[in-house]
Each structure stands twice: as structure tokens, then as C-alpha cells.
Ligand binder design. Sequence first.
Ligand code: AMP
Ligand code: GLY
Length: 406
Amino acid sequence: MRVLLLGSGGREHALAWKLVQSPLLTELHAAPGNPGIASLGQCHPVRADDSEAVLGLARALHIDLVVVGPEVPLVAGLADVLRVGGVSVFGPSRGAAAIEGSKTFAKDVMAVAGVPTAAPLPEPIAPCVLKVDGLAAGKGVVVCHTQDEVEEGLVELAALGGDLVIEELLEGPEISVFALCDGATCLALPVAQDFKRAHDGDVGPNTGGMGSFAPVPGFDADAIEELVDLTCRPILAELAERDHPFIGTLFAGLMLTPDGPRVLEYNCRFGDPETQSLMPLVEGDLLEALAACAAGDLGDVRLSRGASAAVTVVLAAGDYPARGDSGSRIDGIEAAEATGALVFHAGTALRDGSLVTNGGRILDVTGIGDNVAAARSVAYAAADMIRWSGVRRRDDIALAAATAGG
Ligand code: AMP
Ligand code: GLY
């Protein structure tokens, strides 16, 4: 099978790492890819959001399956362009991707499907959460404990444009639930957790994610099926009912409140950096599962989870998330990999034969172990070996779970 993987981050490098293990794979292509993915397949200088160029590339390479990483092209309708053009794709149509692209659409689907979520509020009065309706690259949500925060949040979000959603402020730990969907049925992956805030102790600005781990202790296969029954299957049924069958990864961001799990948001793609922790745990043929989803029939394809755990530590630019870094020489990756850790490229470039920084989140270091504590030690020992001027990370990724014996 010839596969074209779209995207250029650590999530896509982790997907590439898993896809090349499939006996079904004959050629891996990526667009635009990154220097890490280039060691596993052939990268092409085509942007994932240029749908006509992607269609042309897929045809020229006789691609059997396109796997889409990021949400922006999906929400814009890339999968529709590919399907109309006769190319098989793992990724939802524009209509189905609206579950991520529009918070009001997601709220409506959840209400009809009976999925528990934060209650909508009529007025912006603290405590509450303000959200803009469209995609906002993680900047469209303001959690307000005080009325001053509400007033500031209203100004901040007005600058982004789009309708405003106001909802009840919930409290509790957050988890990420992933289901591979064929339009009607789905397969669950292990439950993961990501770390969104910039600094240790969950303080500082929101980021794309500073680390992740999986599995989250307490969520065995039965517990995961229960969560998927509660938060994914009713959404699949409702989207199919609306003639928008969801083919791709349905990612539910949940908060575990004292009253039970509540969905905060849906995403229409794999999580970043959750995928970097999930791929090493998936046993079985991911490509077979993605191709079966794209064909609209998961049939009896199954994936299982190994007994191990994985922890991913993001190495970011010194001023991330305010600013990225470019052109700083990166050293130590080979030594880090020699410890047994995986190093996924997130924002790197090759310049004059040297690997340099090129973005906000630069590398993702994933450790695997028998439990979260062991995986965490591997990840941090490897991360210690990687250097560039200004490298920054959080030191408390998965610390609580490791300490609790996960
Ligand atoms: P979202 O983009 O909707 O996932 O929101 C981003 C982050 O904002 C979430 O991961 C939560 O940390 C927080 N958040 C969103 N909705 C709520 C809510 N209703 N109550 C408390 N925190 C929330
Ligand atoms: N890690 C959260 C996301 O991918 O949106």
C-alpha cells in the first residue's frame, strides 16, 4: 500500500514511525513532512492545506491511502476534495470535521446525541468559560473565575472574531479519548493525558502541549469502552444521521468532574503530543485499521495495547509559546536515541547538513517502560542529552501519575 501522510509535526512523525512497521506498507510519502519523517519516507514540498496540490500529488504517486494529521485542512474540506477525486482518505469530510471546527455545531450534536458536556450559559457572568466558535489554534478559550477575567476575556476573544459560546466552568482532571472511526463503528485507543500549560505545576499560558503520557491509570479496556460508549458512539450515530459519517480519529477532550465525565471539546484528528505516547503502545497493524476506516468498514480489525506505558516530553524553544526559534544547532539526538528513547521531530530543519530549530515545539522525546514511572525516567534521561541554545521543557510531565504508582 502506498501511503501519503499529511502534516509536519511530532504527531505525524509518530504516525510515520508506526505506519512503517506495517507489512502492508510499500511506500511512505509525506507532505510536507519534516527531517525526522524524511528518514522513514519521501517528503514532498506540498502544503497540507493546498487541497488541489495534495490531490495532484496523490494521483501522481498512485497513492492508496492519504492520512491527514492536522485539523485545518480537514475543517476546510480537504477530505472531500480527495474523495471526489477518487482517492481514499483517513480523515473526516468538512461536514463531519465541523465537530471540531464549530463549537456551536458540536454543542448541538452533543445535545441531540445526549452526550454530557458543560451546560451553556445565557450571560457571561463569572464563574464561566468563554469560547470562540471557530478554530483558534488553542487561543479561543478563556476560563474565568472572576468578573474581571470575564471582561478581559471578552475583549481578548472579540479580537479573534466569530460567535461566542459561554458555558459552565467545570473542575477536574482532563483526559484524551481517541477512537478510530469508519463512519459507523469505532476502535478505541488507550486513554492519554496531555499537559497544556507552559510551565511546571500547570501554570503559565496555554500551549499546543508540553508533554503527554498513556495509559492513564484507572482506565482499563472496559473503562475505555464505557467512555467511548458515552462520548464517541452517540456522536458517530448522530453525524451519520445528518449524512456526515465520521471517518477518521474522533478525539474527545474530557474533564472528570465529581458528577462524572463531561466533554469539553471534540477534535477531528489525532492529538499532539498524545499520539507520540500512544503509537508505541498500539500493538497490531495501524495501517490496516486506518485503511479499513477509510474504506468505511472496520470489520473485525482489532488493535491491542501492550502492557507498557509511554511518556513524552516536549523540548521547546526558549520563548515558546510567545515565540519560536530558528536556526539554532541541535546536538545529542543520537545519544538520546541510543538510550532506547524515541525522538520525534516537531519543528526542525536541515540547514547546510546540520539539524537546526525551526518552530516553537522542536522535538518530542518519548520513553517507554513497564509503568509510567519507568517510562518517565527513560524520557527525561534521553531529554537531558539533547541541547541547543535556549532549549526549554517542563520537568513535571506525568510526575503525579508516576508518583501514584501508574
Ligand atoms: P477546549 O479547546 O474547548 O478543549 O478548551 C481548552 C482548555 O480549556 C481545556 O483543555 C480546559 O482546560 C479548558 N476548558 C474548556 N472548557 C472548560 C470548561 N467548561 N470548564 C473548565 N475548563 C474548560
Ligand atoms: N493535545 C491536544 C490537541 O492535540 O489538541
